[in-house]
Design a protein around this ligand. Structure first.
Ligand SMILES: NC(=O)c1ccc[n+]([C@@H]2O[C@H](COP(=O)([O-])OP(=O)(O)OC[C@H]3O[C@@H](n4cnc5c(N)ncnc54)[C@H](OP(=O)(O)O)[C@@H]3O)[C@@H](O)[C@H]2O)c1
Length: 235
C-alpha cells in the first residue's frame, strides 16, 4: 500500500456516508489523519470500527456543513490543532427526483441546491483562505454525471449538480498558479447499500463501488495530480 498522504491532514465532509466512508478509509490506509463531519453516531461508530488500527488517526465532529458559522468554527479548530490542512473532500449531497418539476414538491429545488451546491460553496469559502496561506492544498467536490447528462425527471438534482461543477470550475480558475487546486468528480450510480436497497432488481455488479470512486478522489488529492485543476472527471 502506498503512503501518499502520510503526515497529511484531510477533511472529508460527509465522511461517514456511502461514498464518504470509503474515501475516509482510503485516506487512512494511505497514512493521512482524517477528520470527518458526521450527523449520525451510528455511521461514525461504523467508520471507527472499519478503520480498525488506523482509528487513532480518525476524528469525527458533528457539523451541519450548511451552517456557515458552525463550519467556520470546525475548520478553524482543525487547522489550529493540526497546524495544516492538505485536502478537503465534499461528499455531502442528496437526491430528490422521479418526477418533472411541475410534479415535484415545492421545496425540492431549494433542498437540492442546499445539499449539492451550497455545501461545496461554504466549504470553498471556509477552507480556501487557509490553503492559499499554505500555498498548497487540494479540494474535491463530488457532483454527479447527471451534471452533464441531463436525464428526465431530475431537473432539481441535475441543475444543482451542474451548478456545482460550474462553481468549482470558476473557483479553480481563481486558484490557477497558487498551489491550491479544485476539481469535481462525477459519479454515475454507485454500489452503495442504500442504492442496493432502493433498486433490488438492478445489476449491482455493474455499478462502480465506493472504493473505485475513492481511488479517483485520492488521485486528485495526490501530488500525481499536481497539474490537474478545474477538471470534472466522470467515473
Ligand atoms: N450514491 C450514488 O449513486 C451517487 C451517484 C452520483 C453522485 N453521488 C454523490 O456522491 C455524494 C455522496 O453520496 P452518497 O451516496 O455517499 O450519499 P450519502 O450516503 O447520503 O452520504 C452523504 C453524507 O452527507 C451527510 N450530510 C447530509 N447533509 C449534511 C449536512 N447538512 N451537514 C453534514 N453532513 C450532511 C449525510 O448525513 P445523513 O446520513 O445524516 O443525512 C451522509 O452522511 C453526494 O454528493 C451524491 O450526490 C452519489
Amino acid at each position: 500500500m502506498q503512503q501518499r498522504f502520510k503526515s497529511q491532514v484531510v477533511v472529508v465532509a460527509g465522511g461517514t456516508g456511502g461514498l464518504g466512508k470509503a474515501v475516509s478509509l482510503a485516506f487512512l490506509a494511505e497514512g493521512a489523519t482524517v477528520v470527518v463531519t458526521y450527523r449520525s453516531q451510528t455511521e461514525f461508530d461504523a467508520l471507527q470500527l472499519a478503520a480498525a488500527e488506523s482509528s487513532s488517526r480518525l476524528e469525527g465532529h458533528i457539523v451541519d456543513v450548511l451552517d456557515e458559522a458552525a463550519l467556520q468554527t470546525f475548520i478553524t479548530d482543525v487547522v489550529a490543532r493540526h497546524g495544516q490542512l492538505d485536502a478537503v473532500v465534499n461528499a455531502v449531497g442528496g437526491y430528490a427526483a422521479g418526477s418533472p418539476p411541475w410534479e415535484m414538491p415545492a421545496d425540492a429545488l431549494d433542498k437540492m441546491l442546499a445539499l449539492n451546491l451550497r455545501s461545496g460553496y461554504l466549504l470553498l469559502r471556509n477552507v480556501v483562505p487557509t490553503l492559499l496561506a499554505q500555498r498548497h492544498g487540494a479540494i474535491v467536490n463530488i457532483a454527479a454525471v447527471t451534471a452533464v447528462q441531463h436525464v428526465a425527471s431530475a431537473a432539481e438534482y441535475v441543475a444543482s449538480k451542474a451548478a456545482a461543477v460550474a462553481m468549482v470550475d470558476s473557483a479553480a480558475a481563481n486558484l490557477k498558479g497558487t498551489g491550491v487546486r479544485a476539481n469535481s468528480v462525477l459519479p454515475s450510480i454507485i454500489n452503495t447499500a442504500s442504492n442496493r436497497a432502493a433498486m433490488p432488481d438492478a445489476d449491482h455488479a455493474a455499478w462502480p463501488t465506493p472504493e473505485d470512486i475513492a481511488r479517483v478522489i485520492l488521485f486528485l488529492c495526490s501530488d500525481d495530480a499536481r497539474l490537474v485543476n478545474g477538471a470534472a472527471i466522470a467515473v
